[in-house]
Design a binder for this molecule. Structure first.
Ligand SMILES: CC(C)(COP(=O)(O)OP(=O)(O)OC[C@H]1O[C@@H](n2cnc3c(N)ncnc32)[C@H](O)[C@@H]1O)[C@@H](O)C(=O)NCCC(=O)NCCS
Ligand SMILES: Nc1ncnc2c1ncn2[C@@H]1O[C@H](COP(=O)(O)OP(=O)(O)OP(=O)(O)O)[C@@H](O)[C@H]1O
Length: 292
């Protein structure tokens, strides 16, 4: 394995872990676990999700070690599957199933390609996903059931297309959010709003069918418009959270992609640069996380 490619992959892996934490701590988020509550997840809480991110960090170390010795894809997959099983054994539920897959795919694609630009990494990710899914069937899951029932692509199509939600939605949304809202916390919500409009989230479909997905789209549009016109969205997000809890609606795919986007922005140096340039509003938490 090319040493400089490997160093890039190590940096990316570290940044992605940070990104997942930033997603978890972004508050308030409708239906999702955050600093205030568990959203519509009776089986998850903040402490568990925090510990689950540590588990992803350990998984990344094992993955990087395998990449260092040029292990074949089937070894990388076995390491990913082990991480999934370990997560389920430890927490009794899927805390970060989607994130394990997305982070593993991105880090392996970065190590292989040494991509310097987002478009290159997107292409390398699509290529790797193609090989990954050619290896075998995805085991039964909620996502699989939903993909069959609603004819939606979910995480599989997202990966095969080279993560357009990350590279074509979230990255430009961050830059637009910074330009429009002027601060990193609100720009984070701007990215959330755009992802809600774009992602074929199978967790929303599983919980609430097409109506759930339509609701994410509608709320995402409203949030984007509110943020664009400089209005505060905190109260509205709190209200949405109450409604999502009543409906049992969530958006795990949006959350995973938001975490990965924060991580990739951190890796590119775009996140910290903005935070250094501006004083953070809201409640600043250790590590620079912000609660509106
Ligand atoms: C493909 C995987 C993730 C199965 O996904 P599936 O949709 O069948 O399962 P499930 O519904 O339980 O979980 C899907 C997860 O994806 C997230 N998600 C939902 N929709 C989307 C979407 N449109 N885009 C991205 N993520 C999404 C959700 O948060 C959820 O946690 C999988 O289990 C797998 O193959 N894991 C192996 C990990 C691995 O080998 N990694 C190494 C990579 S090199
Ligand atoms: N902050 C967050 N809060 C909740 N879920 C998140 C968060 N961040 C990421 N996620 C993702 O959402 C997924 C959880 O979704 P969900 O609990 O709906 O899936 P499930 O276990 O397949 O279904 P269910 O709980 O309906 O039986 C996690 O696996 C994780 O990948």
């Amino acid at each position: 394995m090319n040493l400089s490619h490997l160093l890039q992959a190590e940096e990316l892996a570290e940044a992605l872990v940070e990104g997942l934490r930033r997603e978890l701590y972004l508050t308030p988020k409708p239906g999702l676990v955050d600093l205030w509550d568990n959203g519509s997840h009776r089986d998850l809480d903040l402490e568990m999700m925090d510990a689950s991110i540590e588990l992803i960090e350990e998984y990344q170390h094992r993955l990087l070690e395998a990449l260092r010795r040029d292990a074949p894809l089937k070894t990388l997959v076995a390491i990913g599957q082990d991480a999934e099983v370990g997560m389920f054994k430890r927490f009794g539920t899927n805390t970060h199933k989607g994130a394990i897959f997305l982070c593993g795919l991105l880090v392996a694609a970065q190590a292989r390609s040494g991509a310097r630009e987002p478009a290159q990494l997107s292409a390398a990710t699509a290529e790797l996903a193609e090989e990954f899914f050619a290896l075998g069937q995805v085991p039964p899951s909620h996502g699989k059931k939903v993909r069959q029932r609603f004819g939606r692509g979910g995480i599989i199509l997202e990966a095969l297309r080279g993560l357009p939600a990350l590279f074509q939605t979230a990255l430009p949304a961050w830059r637009d959010g910074i330009a429009l809202c002027g601060d990193p916390a609100e720009a984070g919500f701007f990215v959330l709003a755009r992802l809600m409009q774009q992602v074929e989230d199978t967790t929303a479909l599983h919980r609430c069918g097409e109506l759930g997905l339509a609701r994410l789209r509608q709320d995402g549009r409203f949030l984007e418009a509110a943020l664009s016109s400089g209005r505060s969205v905190r109260q509205h997000l709190t209200l949405l959270n109450e409604e999502y809890c009543q409906m049992n609606l969530t958006m795990g795919g949006v959350a995973d992609l938001l975490g990965v986007a924060f991580g990739y922005l951190e890796y590119r140096g775009e996140l910290k640069a903005e935070e250094r340039a501006q004083r953070l509003p809201g409640m600043a938490l250790p590590g620079g996380y912000v609660c509106l």
